[in-house]
Write a protein that binds this ligand. Structure first.
Ligand SMILES: Cc1cc2nc3c(=O)[nH]c(=O)nc-3n(C[C@H](O)[C@H](O)[C@H](O)COP(=O)(O)O)c2cc1C
Length: 355
């Protein structure tokens, strides 16, 4: 967990940010302006500082990595969220050379000052990234000038498996799928989007693709949901593609979502919306190299996509369908399913899969 502090409010932020040893006492890190650490950098620079106090706490309870890697809302300290998860406050200790606090029982703590002037940046990257690709080009990046390293006796250096690929989910992929789905649901609730019944990010893509299940009560509710998500700072490195389905579609089932996309999406009716040129993950290999430069732009460049795979409430209710907008599904009535099951079992045949 990388700890920094807002110079005005004093509220600390804990994030996970990659870094590379470039010299005995120097660590350049990958810092994007739209992340909360980047907000802090801007605030320290506005106050005239050329360096920002920073501490890296390595090796503590799992809630450190889980909350550090989550887009906890700005102004809320991750230590408070960790306290809530573990049911007791985090026992913090003041660093020895910077005015920041770290978990008292962390295995290793690196303290220092992040250099904000590009003249003092070292080369960093590339790195085996969460996308499953080697990413984050070799370039000069904001660099920690290390002032102290403290550690327990025989400390454990905790690492993290980053890249997710089909058939090989990483720690980041599993954590992100949970934290990013939960955060997206919070964002939707706080924005007042009604009718959300489930939110999910399958682990293989680390929260880049978000699936939302909703019970629609009015037209274009899916667009309201996508706008709320994309307008949140939580969307900086995630939620590039959002698919919204009705509440009869199980969003944990790829086939069900695929079926909804096949039969409820009509691109000519604005069911596929591109939100061009937003902030986004600069580690995405589908982004042009120039647009992946954090020093030049502070963020990546994503063209985001909404796939609205809900039944279109802009269609007129059809009197031939009893006022419904879509025809009934062909799945037999439950009594017929039950009768068929009974017959199969009478014949000693294996129970057929239902659904
Ligand atoms: C293992 C891991 C490594 C990460 N590396 C970086 C990184 O190098 N740079 C970055 O901006 N975000 C990185 N992230 C994502 C941020 O930690 C994440 O967006 C987090 O929400 C940032 O929190 P903050 O905005 O509160 O600081 C990483 C996440 C994980 C789980």
């Amino acid at each position: 967990g990388v700890v920094t502090k807002d110079p005005e409010s004093g509220v600390m932020n804990v994030g996970i940010y990659r870094g590379m040893v470039s010299a005995k006492d120097r660590i350049p890190i990958l810092m994007w302006r739209a992340q909360h650490i980047g907000h802090h950098v801007t605030a320290w620079q506005n106050g005239g500082s050329s360096e920002m106090p920073i501490a890296v706490a390595i090796g503590w309870e799992p809630s450190l990595g889980f909350t550090g890697g989550s887009p906890v809302p700005k102004g809320v300290c991750e230590y408070d969220v960790m306290g809530s998860i573990r049911g007791a406050p985090v026992d913090l200790v003041k660093c020895e050379t910077v005015d920041l606090y770290v978990p008292a029982t962390a295995e290793i703590v690196i303290e220092g000052y992040l250099q904000l002037d590009p003249k003092n940046w070292d080369m960093e990257g590339p790195f085996a990234e969460f996308t499953g690709y080697v990413a984050g080009d070799k370039s000069p990046k904001p660099t920690i000038r290390v002032t102290a390293i403290t550690h327990r006796n025989n400390p454990i250096l905790r690492g993290a498996i980053e890249g997710s690929l089909p058939g090989s989910y990483s720690e980041n992929g599993i954590c992100s799928s949970i934290m990013r789905a939960a955060t997206a649901w919070n964002v939707l609730d706080r924005s007042g989007v009604p009718g959300i019944t489930d939110v999910w990010c399958p682990p293989v893509q680390t929260g880049i693709n978000l699936v939302i299940q909703m019970k629609q009560s009015y037209r274009n509710q899916a667009k309201q949901a996508a706008n709320a998500i994309w307008g949140s700072s939580a969307a900086h490195v995630r939620y590039k593609h959002i698919t919204v389905v009705d509440d009869d579609i199980d969003i944990h089932d790829y086939a069900a979502v695929d079926w909804a996309i096949a039969h409820r999406v009509n691109a000519g009716e604005h069911d596929v919306i591109i939100m061009p040129e937003t902030f986004g993950a600069g580690l995405d290999p589908s982004t042009r190299k120039r647009d992946r430069n954090p020093a030049l732009f502070g963020t990546g460049k994503w063209h985001r996509v909404l796939i609205d795979a809900t039944m279109n409430l802009d269609y007129d209710p059809d009197p031939d369908l009893g006022g419904a907008r879509f025809p009934p599904k062909v799945w037999p009535e439950q009594k017929d399913v039950d009768a068929a099951m009974k017959r199969w079992s009478e014949l000693g045949l294996a129970k057929p899969k239902s659904g």
